[in-house]
Design a protein around this ligand. Structure first.
Ligand code: CAA
Length: 379
């Protein structure tokens, strides 16, 4: 495996790091406090290529690798996990399936606007009764003349309120089980489509997580994504990529919490010396840093396999599982190191600990990742 970067890639990452420090970090506490979608940041990210990193240049993207995209999500999440997931859900869950399964017309129509951030993307799979059991879709689509009519509700949809394009899954033939599910590209202005209740969340509070409502929603026939009845595979393959994105987000959160903790333990004095001088602090920091480096290798491996077009479902599941649990462990310990201050909103580790929790839940819970890894072992 080769994780080295070209000089151009190095420059691009340096630019993203600088952007994260200058434009993203100063807003992180505010968008969390106000539960506000960082639309101004998305516009800026669109202008500098962050909204379409792995999209080929011919479709208006930056033409980067999945490795660089993963590193970018990590850098953004290091300072603001909301911004990290806005980019990850948009790129991995909306742009990527259009790129992989779309017709040439669909790619030409949607990718240039998505890749430049003019349009924001989202993904609608989860329903009130179809969470982990994603094949139990109750949304259904019926063919009528030159269009499809969709009816049903989706919940917990990242970017929902601000998105223009949604990848929506619906049953087209219930008798076929998961082979009766199809995927559609739905635009926010299509008749019968609306955004419902916004969730008030523990963490990633700026990411606009809402319900989607389809009441006799009219979707043109040409907006079927992939083949009829192949929707479950489209969803699963898309989520493989999405899980690398969330693993990168979790890794970024862990690194951000570590940055804060190293700084704090050097500054904070108790019993006449900085708490970094205590061996208990040093040993714990060493263990956490080792864990972060292991997490990083799993994400780098999954991204590399994806770039090499080799199977990477299990690597993505391992990366997401380990990075999410690492983010929880590091942020929880970061709060503990900060003591009473860590429990206040004066220090960012409080937000980071709340943000970390969702990485163990969305785009497949940690239990789902274990199911994927075990199924491969025992097949
Ligand atoms: N790639 C390609 N095909 C796949 C696949 C993959 N990664 N995973 C499964 N499949 C195929 C299987 O090969 C099988 O095909 P055949 O029938 O032809 O053999 C078919 O799909 C069914 O597979 P399973 O029997 O394994 O399916 P299952 O119903 O038992 O489900 C599961 C398995 C892993 C639990 C799956 O349902 C799953 O991943 N659930 C979690 C869903 C999830 O991650 N939801 C998050 C939604 S997005 C989100 O979080 C919100 C957001 O906006 C961020």
């Amino acid at each position: 495996m080769d994780f080295s970067q070209t000089p151009q890639e190095k420059l691009f990452l340096e630019m993203i790091r600088a952007f994260a420090e200058k434009e993203v970090k100063p807003l992180a506490a505010e968008i969390d406090e106000q539960e506000r979608f960082p639309i101004e940041t998305v516009e800026k990210m669109g202008k500098i290529g962050i909204m379409g990193i792995p999209i080929p240049k011919e479709y208006g993207g930056a033409g980067g690798t999945n490795q660089i995209y993963s590193m970018a999500v990590e850098e953004l999440s290091r300072v603001c996990a909301t911004t990290g997931v806005v980019v990850s859900a948009h790129t991995s869950l909306c742009c990527a399936p259009i790129l992989e399964f779309g017709t040439e017309e669909q790619k030409q129509k949607y990718l240039p606007k998505l890749a430049t951030g003019e349009w924001i993307g989202a993904f609608g799979l989860t329903e009130p009764n179809a969470g982990t059991d994603a094949s139990s879709q109750q949304t259904f689509a019926v063919e009528e003349g030159d269009h499809w009519v969709l009816n049903g509700n989706k919940i917990f949809i990242t970017n929902a309120e601000y998105a223009h394009v949604y990848i929506i899954f619906a049953m087209t033939d219930k008798s076929q089980g998961n082979k009766g599910i199809s995927a559609f590209i739905v635009e926010k202005d299509m008749p019968g489509f609306s955004v419902g209740k916004k969730e008030l969340k523990m963490g990633i509070r700026g990411s606009a997580t809402c319900e989607l409502i389809m009441e006799n929603c009219i979707v043109p026939k040409e907006n079927l994504l992939g083949k009829l009845g192949q929707g479950f595979k489209v969803a699963m393959k898309t989520l493989d990529g999405g899980r690398v994105g969330i693993a990168s987000q979790a890794l970024g959160i862990a690194r951000g919490a570590m940055d804060e903790t190293v700084k704090y333990t050097k500054e904070r004095k108790q019993f006449g010396r900085s708490i970094s001088k205590f061996q208990n602090t040093q040993f714990q920091l060493a263990d956490l840093q080792t864990r972060i480096d292991c997490a990083s290798l799993l994400v780098r491996k999954a991204s590399w396999l994806k770039d090499m077009k080799m199977p990477y479902s299990v690597a993505a599941a391992e990366a997401k599982l380990f990075c999410a649990e690492t983010a929880m462990e590091v942020t929880t310990k970061a709060v503990q190191f900060h003591g009473g201050y860590g429990y206040t909103r004066e220090y960012p580790v409080e937000r980071m600990m709340r943000d970390a929790k969702i990485t163990e839940i969305y785009e497949g819970t940690s239990e789902v990742q274990r199911m994927v890894i075990a199924a491969n072992l025992l097949k």
